[in-house]
Design a protein around this ligand. Sequence first.
Ligand code: GSH
Length: 220
Amino acid sequence: MEDSLPGGEWVVHLYHAVLTRSVRIYWLLEELGIQYAIVPVVFTPPGQPGGVRSEKTPEHLAVSPLGKVPAIRDGDVTMFESGAILEYLIERYGNGRFAPKPGERQRGAYLQWVHFAEATFQRALDDIFSHEHARAQEERILSVATDARERATAAVDVLESALNGRNYLLGAELSGADIMMGYTLLSSKYFGVLTDQRRNASAYLAHLLARPAFRKALSP
Ligand SMILES: N[C@@H](CCC(=O)N[C@@H](CS)C(=O)NCC(=O)O)C(=O)O
């Protein structure tokens, strides 16, 4: 695989599987408008013992020791963890777009939403996915799924009030926080956690889905 373009310009390689968290980074790369290459990662179908897992090839494990997506290679830098990759790519290629700078007033809110999307909200959705879909029937635990639904619903409620009168989490412009959250919120809709009654969160998701970059990242 080529690592650079003619002229020595680096290409970011993204390890991606359709409809997984690597959608976030695919979407960001599109918004940044930089050169990138997708390295497809194959997943086992749901319902297997232990749940859905990626096929862990040596090449993939070299950039992501647990064989997860997203992972990137950018020249001699390799990284895993979607939030960390997002912050890195915005710092390196954002030219001042998609994040308030360190020390700016909105920096705290930005970091809060970037991390809430994965650490709190997506975790609850993972438990729903795992205990309602991904694991074999005999491995599913109803109380874990029920508790996860309560946690995910509470997370949607937090967003519902935060988005009052706003198009994006920080106000008028898209930031990396929306890219982290957009994937999570879309997943919550698939699982029936986000419903039309949550008007602000639903309008926000529709607004995000109107962006060609998000739609491209969701394509099969
Ligand atoms: N906190 C990590 C989670 C990564 C993760 O669990 N990715 C899932 C796909 S959404 C995965 O690769 N699962 C395959 C496996 O665990 O083998 C991140 O945000 O990047």
